[in-house]
Design a protein around this ligand. Structure first.
Ligand SMILES: NC(=O)c1ccc[n+]([C@@H]2O[C@H](COP(=O)([O-])OP(=O)(O)OC[C@H]3O[C@@H](n4cnc5c(N)ncnc54)[C@H](OP(=O)(O)O)[C@@H]3O)[C@@H](O)[C@H]2O)c1
Length: 286
């Protein structure tokens, strides 16, 4: 009797662990998922919305410029997809709450939360007003973290849920004249690693995406540029390509992606020969 009981328990545990492995190995199905994307009015966020909707997801698109979001929603619905517009500032707590409430009301829940909204500034740290640091952290870090906090109850009940945080290669290696931005993206990196481990038991995955320079409106929209430099690099990735790689990583259940070869070299150089990385940054990074 005792032997039969322990046999059954072993079989039950085996089936459970096989199920877990099967889920881990199967690609995530995007179709039918409820997705919330911040910063969808341009660049990477715009293309993420288009591509996820094309794969059958229902997308809640958020940013401050409503006319841009309306245009995006028109494009998605014309292609047969579903998009709901929410115009607001993610740095505002009331806005974040309304956004999550709207996901519940319109979609009945939330399966994929994409924290993409981001801003930057260029210039020496010692010459900047303290507000610049605060403003960048409000959008790039606090809004992201607090949206995850209030979205988590829905995500826990979601279908194969995942949080996607759009960070940067500069969240792995700091660069001069972008100190506040780098600090905010390092915060996103560390925070993502922590919650990935914390949420594993809840079945909520966390993906950290680290693009290099991307040809979007990012540098034109920077809150301050004291450098007179042209930050848009030749050979920058297109926002469509960044979005495509992100969608692929969501499907393949990746935990972290660094999108370019140059980005990966920088990260490894910094880990293996930090002295050289520091010298190169001081000489060529500004
Ligand atoms: N471009 C790059 O070189 C690069 C490289 C690495 C990582 N990234 C990261 O990629 C993400 C997307 O940037 P992008 O390149 O696509 O730049 P982008 O075209 O400037 O897009 C930024 C988006 O964030 C939204 N946004 C900014 N502040 C907001 C706020 N307070 N509330 C709501 N939405 C806000 C903007 O919309 P509204 O102005 O309409 O609000 C816009 O839709 C950012 O997190 C950025 O840090 C960019």
């Amino acid at each position: 009797m005792v032997v039969a009981w322990s046999d059954n328990l072993r079989r039950f545990k085996l089936v459970k662990s096989l199920n877990r492995t099967a889920k881990f190995m199967a690609k995530r199905d995007i179709s039918g998922k409820s997705v919330l994307i911040t910063g969808a009015s341009s660049g990477i966020g715009w293309h993420l919305a288009v591509q996820l909707a094309a794969q059958g997801a229902r997308v809640m698109i958020c940013a401050r410029r409503k006319e841009r979001l309306d245009e995006l929603a028109r494009q998605i619905t014309a292609a047969g997809g579903t998009a709901v517009v929410f115009a607001g500032d993610v740095a505002d707590e009331a806005c974040r709450r309304q956004l999550v409430d709207l996901c519940q009301r319109e979609f009945g829940g939330l399966d994929i939360l994409v924290n993409n909204a981001g801003i930057g500034a260029m210039g020496r740290f010692d010459e900047a007003r303290p507000e610049r640091l605060r403003q960048i952290f409000e959008v790039n870090f606090f809004a992201l973290a607090e949206l995850i906090r209030i979205g988590l109850p829905l995500l826990k009940r979601g279908d194969d849920p995942i949080v996607v945080n759009i960070s940067s290669v500069l969240g792995h290696r700091g660069a001069p004249l972008k100190s506040e931005y780098c600090a905010s993206k390092f915060a996103v990196h560390g925070f993502s690693d922590s919650i990935r481990a914390e949420f594993a038991a809840d079945g909520v995955e966390v993906l950290l995406v680290s693009p290099s320079t991307t040809d979007s409106e990012f540098f034109d929209a920077s809150i301050e540029d004291q450098t007179n430099k042209d930050w848009k690099k030749r050979g920058a990735m297109s926002p469509e390509a960044v979005a495509a790689r992100t969608v692929r990583a969501i499907r393949k259940r990746r935990h972290e992606i660094i999108l370019t070869c140059g980005g990966r070299i920088l990260v490894w150089l910094d880990r293996l020969i930090p002295g050289l990385a520091n010298r190169l940054m001081a000489k060529f990074g500004q």
